[in-house]
Design a protein around this ligand. Structure first.
Ligand SMILES: C[S@@+](CC[C@H](N)C(=O)[O-])C[C@H]1O[C@@H](n2cnc3c(N)ncnc32)[C@H](O)[C@@H]1O
Length: 368
């Protein structure tokens, strides 16, 4: 990918601008396309306002076909979708029925060869109040994890959560974890789920680095009050980014760096996170354990320099994906149809950069 395109917004229709990105150049896509007939983003050429749900599926299928080309074979796509209720038979479902738009799209994508690895429930802890009296109010959206091949980059260790329960070694009075180096290695998808039964058989409570966060995520909807009214919450982007977008990749062949292997005492703590994420209450402990999971090492034998992993949001809106990417040292590219939203996103990104620089300067002053 040309350095000129990194950390930039391409303003225009995703179906046009995606063509400018090189083949197999993107490590991860995190995006929330317009839901079917939910919002008017005020631009000719916008997706989401198709007359029928079938048309919406076909348009998104075209966009995702373009993403297949730009995504590396090791890449992943995290797709946030929500449903709507039909108002007319002509939309594709009887009035008052859920349209089942996400399900229809996913069936089409599976037919196009996408491997559907997860369906995550984003359970909103602050759902919109609803006045409906003849059904339950809707309180969740979905996020699908899609990949192109069975071997893809997935850093589960980066998003593990602390175990709630600890099996205690009665004599020593401390929790029992597998000895260092004997936990299930999980830095790539080949090893993902091995070892839990073995750990339990040895009387251990779970993986030394914490537990798998599972597929129901309790996250409040975004409280962003700017001119864009459909932004992601940053917390919803954080886990997909940490798990799906490598910290570093080889500049020559593009393969992701990995963590793992033997960890010497002197290497422990060699790569602390740049800053704690927002939901610190859960992550304080989490990041302490992450630091013990070993240094980054190349996933290839090129002996070339490295560069940050690259995340793309083809429906960029107010740029939440870029904010989270920058917090975690990844590069990003956004595509957005509406120039006003692109301007807003650039302002948000610049403000966040200034905030980070101010925080860093003050912590350096305190440390001095
Ligand atoms: C749900 S919003 C994305 C919000 C974003 N995730 C954020 O956090 O700000 C969908 C975005 O897709 C944009 N969009 C709609 N049709 C598009 C098209 N054909 N090409 C590019 N962007 C488009 C809309 O303008 C809108 O900003």
């Amino acid at each position: 990918m040309s350095p000129r395109l990194r950390n930039r917004i391409l303003v225009g229709d995703v179906r046009e601008r995606l063509r400018e990105l090189a083949d197999a150049s993107v490590d991860c896509v995190i995006t929330s396309p317009p839901y079917f007939q939910l919002r008017d983003f005020g631009m000719a050429g916008q997706l989401g306002l198709e007359p029928t749900v079938g048309d919406w599926v076909e348009e998104l299928r075209v966009v995702l076909g373009g993403l297949i080309r730009v995504l590396k074979p090791t890449g992943s796509l995290w797709l946030n979708l929500g449903d709507t209720y039909s108002r007319h038979h002509r939309s594709g479902a009887p009035p008052k029925s859920l349209v089942l738009a996400p399900e229809r799209l996913l069936l089409a994508l599976a037919a196009d060869g996408w491997i559907v690895r997860n369906k995550l429930i984003w359970a909103k802890t602050n759902p919109m109040p609803s006045s409906v009296a003849d059904r339950l109010s809707g309180t969740y959206d979905v996020v699908y994890l899609l990949v192109r091949s069975g071997r893809y980059h997935f850093d589960l260790d980066a998003i593990r959560l602390p175990h709630r329960s600890h099996r205690t070694d009665r004599r020593a009075g401390r929790p029992v974890y597998p000895p260092p180096g004997q936990g299930a290695p999980s830095w790539d998808s080949d090893h993902g789920n091995q070892g839990l039964a073995a750990l339990h058989a040895r009387g251990q409570v779970g993986h030394r680095l914490g537990k798998n966060p599972g597929d129901v995520w309790q996250i409040p909807a975004a409280n962003y009050r700017g001119a864009h009214f459909a932004t992601f919450p940053e917390a919803l982007v954080e886990r997909p980014l940490l798990a799906g977008c490598p910290e570093r990749v080889c500049r020559r062949c593009g393969r992701p760096y990995k963590r793992g292997g033997r960890v010497s005492r002197s290497q422990l703590g060699a790569s602390p996170p740049r800053r704690a994420p927002r939901d610190v209450h859960r992550f304080k402990h989490h990041y302490r354990v992450i630091r013990t999971r070993g240094p980054l090492r190349p996933g290839c034998s090129c002996r070339a320099a490295s560069q940050p992993g690259l995340v793309l949001d083809p429906f960029f809106g107010a740029g939440t994906v870029a904010l989270v990417a920058a917090q975690h040292g990844r590069d990003w590219i956004g595509i957005e149809l509406n120039p006003d939203f692109a301007r807003l996103a650039n302002e948000r990104i610049a403000n966040a950069r200034t905030d980070r620089a101010t925080t860093q300067a003050s912590s350096e002053r305190q440390a001095a």
